[in-house]
Design a protein around this ligand. Structure first.
Ligand SMILES: Nc1nc2c(c(=O)[nH]1)N[C@H]1C(S)=C(S)[C@@H](COP(=O)(O)O)O[C@H]1N2
Ligand SMILES: [Mo]
Length: 433
């Protein structure tokens, strides 16, 4: 007893004053509506994130982070069809993830007073529960912050973004699953009364606090409503809609790109090269005169072949409309022309290569090479592109030649290609990392 009294005296100022939180909107119903939206959407964000890890082909040592032990979905060879598969996966992960940010913040607001409860725990069980909530809230905020900063290329933190985002996700997944397990019955009960339909018809003037609940979400001394619950939901929905517009613009293209404030990426207005650039040639240390004296080295099947750009242009050319879908939340479909990768493999006698290792002229960086699976080499639309939209590639989009493969994660469409080695690249790739 003495302990509790001491704890009460040690209460920090401003904490534990339940009366300070007076919004009449707070209560199990509002928290549960927001919770239900997140329950329906966050699993999709989680799964597409984990699928993306597998799509990077971690067995070639080229997923980020390279090693995650057992913490991944089952591995499978990422398909090349449908060509928009990775685009869809990343669109859901980044797009839906960002659109849910206002909902997450609103849900945190709805339970905010509970953060300031004093004493922090009255029993061991309660202490464990609050610790798990710390992982839940900390986990989602960490994923949001690291994700958004990555989209902005703003690496303010010292740690590696991908490693942090990946393992942070697993912390959140654990906390999320246990939170849902514990709260689901209460969520269902709270959603029944009052019904959504009735609440959506309730004006601000008729908005009443919910009756006191065992969780203590309802204010003990509620102020008059300044906003109805439907108004609050409309506000959150509006925030989500605005986010959707700002993030989708970069993928929709045209004028919509100019309002893509969340994913500002370059491009060249009114040219065949008017689509986003990931790293520019300047950023990658590629000189403007890269074309002079350039040749491509092919190896495999015990042979080596060197081709210059004119020799590549003299080979059978193939054209395909294919997307580039970047993990950073943008995608674009363009018309690419070049030599089929499988024709290049045949040139060195590797008709059915188990994989291919593509190396860029770019020195250093994590994106200057990629290992492709067998199906990604053999697909009839898998190209070493020399042109885009009928014009020679621009320097920033990978001149003299770049890889473009259907459904391949954007990062593996290597630009400024220098060499391609066909064969079993598993061991080589693992030595690299
Ligand atoms: N050599 C090299 N290739 C690269 C990159 C890079 O930084 N260096 N970025 C990759 C990433 S992450 C993406 S999304 C695409 C973007 O292609 P784009 O800049 O032509 O739009 O190129 C990929 N190829
Ligand atoms: Mo990317």
């Amino acid at each position: 007893m003495k302990f509790w009294r001491a704890l009460e005296r040690a209460r920090p100022p401003g904490v534990g004053r339940a009366r300070a939180w007076r919004s009449p909107l707070r209560g199990p119903w509002l928290t549960s509506v927001l919770g239900a939206v997140l329950l329906g959407t966050l699993p999709l964000v989680i799964i597409t994130g984990l699928v993306s890890y597998v799509a990077y082909a971690p067995w070639f040592g080229q997923a980020f982070p390279a090693h995650v032990g057992l913490l991944h979905l089952p591995y499978f060879a990422w398909p090349t069809r449908p060509a928009w598969l990775y685009r869809l996966n990343q669109g859901i992960h980044v797009g839906l993830g960002l659109v849910m940010v206002p909902v997450v913040l609103a849900k945190l607001w709805s339970v905010l007073p509970k953060l300031f409860v004093w004493p922090p725990a009255r029993s061991l069980a309660q202490m464990l529960e609050r610790l798990s909530l710390l992982l839940l809230v900390g986990g989602i905020l960490f994923e949001i912050v690291t994700g958004v900063l990555d989209i902005q290329y703003w690496y303010v933190f010292r740690f590696d973004f991908y490693t942090a985002h990946y393992f942070g996700a697993w912390v959140f997944i654990g906390a999320f699953v246990s939170h849902v397990t514990i709260k689901l019955p209460r969520l269902i009960r709270a959603l029944r009364s009052p019904s959504l339909r009735r609440e959506l018809r309730t004006s601000r003037a008729a908005t009443q606090p919910e009756s006191a609940d065992p969780d203590g979400l309802v204010a003990s001394d509620p102020a008059p409503a300044t906003l109805s619950r439907r108004g609050a939901l409309a506000l959150v929905g509006g925030g989500s809609a605005l986010t959707a517009v700002m993030v989708a613009g970069q993928s929709i293209g045209g004028t919509a790109r100019s309002i893509a404030l969340l994913a500002p990426r370059g491009g060249y207005r009114d040219t065949p090269h008017d689509f986003p650039v990931n790293h520019t040639a300047a950023a990658a240390g590629i000189n403007a005169d890269v074309g002079g004296g350039w040749f491509l080295t092919l190896t495999g099947g015990g042979r080596a072949v060197r081709l210059d750009r004119n020799e590549l242009l003299a080979m059978p050319q193939h054209t395909a409309r294919l997307p580039i879908a970047c993990v950073e939340g943008w995608s674009t479909v363009q018309t690419w022309t070049g030599v089929r990768l499988r024709d290049l493999a045949s040139l060195v006698g590797a008709d059915h290569p188990p994989s291919a290792h593509v190396q860029s002229l770019q020195e250093g960086g994590a994106f200057n090479r990629a290992t492709l699976q067998s199906n990604q080499v053999l697909d009839p639309d898998a190209l070493l592109a020399l042109k885009v939209n009928g014009a020679d590639l621009s320097l920033d989009h990978g001149y003299p030649a770049r890889v473009i493969v259907p459904a391949l994660p954007g990062v593996h469409n290597t630009k400024w290609v220098h060499s391609i080695a066909f064969g079993d690249m598993r061991s080589i790739a693992f030595r690299d990392t």
